[in-house]
Design a protein around this ligand. Sequence first.
Ligand code: SPV
Ligand code: MG
Length: 432
Amino acid sequence: MNKKVYICFSTDMIHSGHIDIIRKAEKLGDLIVGVLSDEAVASFKRYPLIPFEERKILFENINGVSKVVEQKELSYKNILNEIKPDIVVHGDNWKEGFQKPIRDEVVEILKSYGGELVEFPYNKDARYDELEKQSRMQLGMPDYRRGRLKKLINMKGLVTAIEAHSGITGLIAEKTTVLQDGKTYQFDAMWISSLCDSTAKGKPDIELVDMTSRFRTIDDIMEVTTKPIIFDGDTGGLTEHFVYTVRSLERMGVSMVIIEDKTGLKKNSLFGTEVKQTQDSIENFCAKIAAGKKAQKTKDFMICARIESLILEQGMEDALTRAFAFVGAGADSIMIHSRKKDPSEIKEFIEKFREIDKNTPIVLVPTSFNTVYEDEWKELGANIIIYANQLTRTGFPAMQDAARTILENHRAKECDDKCMSIKEIITLIPEE
Ligand code: SPV
Ligand code: MG
């Protein structure tokens, strides 16, 4: 009987390098190709330009491939236990770097039942890097980027976003990856916070930084990233102005704007009732949402209605009434906010909202109520978790500390250990 040979691909561009390794693998026995799920590809590499179903068909039609199966996770554990191949084939590029733990696990499992790992030299052709660069560039283009937030929500149920307010924070949001229990984790999207965009400019968060400047921030981030963008649109301003904002954001490739149901001089929600803030009427805010929806040109762009009733202590009933009214006016998603540490009121809101509306995505910004894990939010029925200000709140104290250290020592040496190496900075910034 022929040996069972297994190889897994994450690629959405089949090139001669892949064919080459397939040719070598098929010589070892009956070749089963694993195609990595969209979710797994997105989590460790980038969003696949070609969806799983199509990638599966591509591999099914390559000579020498006897069967194609889905590998759901980056870890080989489940698939190996299921099909128990005699041989696993891989390029030798995973001996080091972030894929090493995945390889170690494969070696361990193969050992447990007498399987074998065959590694072929990895084909480092500059043309393949160029293809990958082209794909990434496409993902960053407005038409590709805009619709991806919706796709990710449908694919994963719950997506996460982290704040970015500059090119470099955008790169951190884009590139930070953690490998844990055979899975890779990345943020799915970026949040352009009014608080952090204002703070970076040394200005208060009162809609003082104008739209032209906010758009400039978006552009800086878009230039160096590919992930979808959620824009903090504050109150959305006058309805007559909001329609223009929607069109501009949509044209730029932003996926969603969140506007909050406040009026007059907006202050940051985390002040709560310590400062005077006025909630908009349901009627006015519904009209603003409806006008925005009418103004947009694509199906992809989302307008999220943010409800400030709990922040302004207007009660759960008011929050729910508003949520249903805003969805009725056309809001694609809703955000419920709270400044309490205790997550109970947010949980209660989600439960009551989901009793009636099963589908409209719910967005949360758990800055104060930060003890709940993402899995629990997902279980409760939330869809987008935004880490709204942590990069800003960790970055600036580090800078203050460095400045103080230099002043205290009258030289920079003592500061050295606190600094990222120049080499690390260079590798963070991609070169064209
Ligand atoms: C922001 O990040 O600017 C927000 C979220 O609007 S919050 O600061 O919690 O109001
Ligand atoms: Mg804000």
